[in-house]
Design a binder for this molecule. Structure first.
Ligand code: 8IG
Length: 267
């Protein structure tokens, strides 16, 4: 016998508390930003409410003490937008349900559009650090899925063509690539990057893929944008340096925020 609570019910419960805590009964859009992307969130303007995710039921304790994720509710035009600052990664607890709890909570709160952002490694020297890339498809090499049981979700167009076209109205030169998700937390070996190249991947990362699957299960439209913060392992002759990766993200967070606000304004 299992005492585990149903993850969809847990999300519905969290959504009720979200509505109460934010005073916003229904949200329309979820924008997931990595931790350290506060400057991007700030571009959306003053939130009507901000809460710490651990104030909602079912959210994982932060990986780094004192760095719990936040949710901001902000109005963009006529839309109620939920900004998620910080996410749970699969490598933290090997728990795909925990990874997608925020997305499922947002779906239960009414969200029909999910914007997933991440920092990623690039397989193209023509996409150096600082380059935003639209995610056109994904290869899930995490070994995980948030779906349990016979849930045969169609993921033929996991990242919405309509939303990619909309993003390109804002920024016509945005390149498009295939996001390849690894479990992490180790970066790839050069042989793994050679494999990614061979199977058609353009970007490598440790997030987003499971969240996109959960969003599609809930029939939301998904937009994915990667910010390149490093060239993939073995491409530069240098080792990957986590601090340099973080710094590249920090540099570009504000311009990513401006891009996201413009795209969300067109929804
Ligand atoms: I930022 O090069 C960032 N995240 N797997 N590989 C993987 N994840 C990443 C990388 C990378 N850079």
């Amino acid at each position: 016998m299992t005492t585990e609570i149903d993850p969809y019910q847990a999300a519905a419960t969290a959504a009720r508390v979200l509505a109460k805590e934010t005073g916003v009964v229904h949200h329309d859009v979820l924008v997931v930003l990595g931790s350290g992307w506060t400057p991007a969130a700030d571009e959306f303007g003053t939130p009507t409410a901000e809460i710490i995710v651990t104030d909602l039921p079912g959210f994982a304790a932060p990986a780094v003490a004192g760095h719990a994720g936040k949710l901001r509710s902000v109005r963009v035009g006529s839309l109620n937008v939920l900004l998620q600052l910080g996410r749970t990664h699969f490598y933290e607890k090997n728990d795909a349900q925990a990874v997608v709890h925020a997305v499922r909570t947002a779906l239960a709160a009414g969200v029909k559009t999910v914007v997933l952002t991440n920092a990623a490694g690039s397989l193209h020297t023509t996409w150096p650090p600082g380059t935003p890339v639209l995610i056109k498809d994904q290869i899930n090499l995490t070994g995980g899925t948030p779906l349990v049981g016979a849930r045969f979700v169609d993921v033929t167009e996991i990242y919405s063509k309509r939303l990619r076209d909309l993003a390109k109205q804002v920024k016509p030169d945005l390149p498009e690539g295939v996001y390849t998700a690894f479990h992490g937390p180790q970066y790839e070996t050069p042989a793994e990057i050679a494999m990614v190249k061979a199977i058609g991947g353009d970007l490598v990362g440790m997030s987003t893929a499971l969240e996109a699957i959960a969003a599609r299960e809930g029939n939301a439209e998904v937009l994915g944008i990667s910010l390149v913060t490093n060239l993939a392992a073995g491409m530069t002759g240098e080792k990957l340096n986590h601090e340099e990766v973080l710094e590249a993200g920090k540099q570009a967070a504000t311009s990513m925020g401006k891009l996201l606000v413009e795209v969300v304004s067109k929804l």
